[in-house]
Ligand binder design. Structure first.
Ligand code: BV8
Length: 250
């Protein structure tokens, strides 16, 4: 990998006042969690995740959707933060010491950034361990019990609506406050790291270009090219953990 690119990235990170990071499923791939696009194995292979992650699917087949999330939660329960997650948590601690600020914006719902120690974190698409009412949106503390054949679907104690994972489905709006905060920090960022995302799902996918349009140095870390690759100032076609541990050593 070119030393010059690593040198330029180090320099950009050292001289930045604000560093924004956007992560997608690719950063959790090295924790053994399949990315959203290749998440479908076994009995789930015949389903399209974009179909299952939708209010319509939940209305039509709530048990199937809840079982899919239970399957994904079980995968995530066995996963640990990988060196890429840990490097970003180290970067946040380093920026705090140097009077810089860092905001980590994730599309992932797997809680691994928080487990790795990241604090200044926005979960744009929610968190698989949180639940809420499909009807009245009230949060439900704790997880809901596993779905089995005759188990009644869990209901909201306030309105008797069905409980669902507190994640953002396709066709649903993102949490307003978090989205605003992500946009506002992005427009003022000096460096924007896009890590492990296909940059296809909006509105999260618009953040990297928004940063570049506002003068930030746009950096992409992804083994594959994406719609933002040609706009990026620095592109690392490598796995996230390799680059991030080079840039932010233990
Ligand atoms: C909304 C939670 C208002 C649930 C998810 C504008 C233009 C076009 C379409 C739209 C638009 N505005 C709205 C839309 C519609 C839609 C959308 O974007 N559709 C796309 C697909 C065409 N967006 C919405 O519906 C959003 N809502 O905008 O509300 C509205 C409503 C209707 C109509 C208009 C407006 C809600 C989107 C949120 C959906 N929820 N997740 C759950 O997880 O169950 S999205 C889900 O998929 C993930 O959270 C993630 O965001 C996305 C998958 O993307 P990635 O994370 O990038 O993962 P992916 O697998 O795609 O890629 C992994 C990458 O990692 C790859 O590039 C790979 O190369 C790389 N990689 C692999 N290994 C590594 C690696 N990288 C680094 N290191 C490695 N080791």
């Amino acid at each position: 990998m070119s030393e010059a690119k690593i040198h330029n990235l180090n320099k950009a990170l050292r001289t930045a006042s604000r560093i924004a990071v956007l992560t997608g499923a690719g950063i959790s791939a090295e924790s053994g969690i399949p990315t959203f696009r290749d998440a479908q194995t076994g009995i789930w292979a015949k389903y399209d995740p974009q179909e299952l992650a939708s209010p319509r699917a939940f209305r039509e087949q709530p048990r199937t959707v809840l079982r899919w999330y239970e399957w994904r939660r079980n995968l995530i329960d066995q996963a640990q933060p990988n060196p890429a997650h840990k490097a970003l948590a180290r970067l946040e601690r380093r920026t705090r010491k140097q009077n810089q600020s860092l905001l980590l914006i994730t599309q992932n719902i797997d809680d691994l950034h928080r487990k790795a120690g990241s604090e200044n974190l926005i979960e744009l698409h929610g968190n698989i361990y949180r639940h809420k009412c499909f009807q009245c949106d009230r949060p439900r503390e704790g997880t809901i019990s596993p779905i089995d054949e005759d188990s009644g679907l869990q209901r909201c104690p306030a309105c008797n609506g069905l409980l669902r994972p507190d994640v953002v489905w396709f066709g649903e709006s993102l949490p307003e406050k978090e989205l605003q905060r992500a946009f506002s920090f992005t427009t003022r960022s000096d460096v924007f790291l896009s890590v492990g995302t296909s940059a296809l799902v909006h509105p999260a996918a618009s953040l990297p270009l928004l940063a570049a349009d506002n003068g930030a140095t746009l950096v992409e870390i992804n083994p594959e090219s994406t719609p933002i690759t040609e706009r990026a100032d620095l592109v690392f076609h490598s796995p996230a953990s390799q680059i991030l541990t080079d840039i932010i050593p233990e």
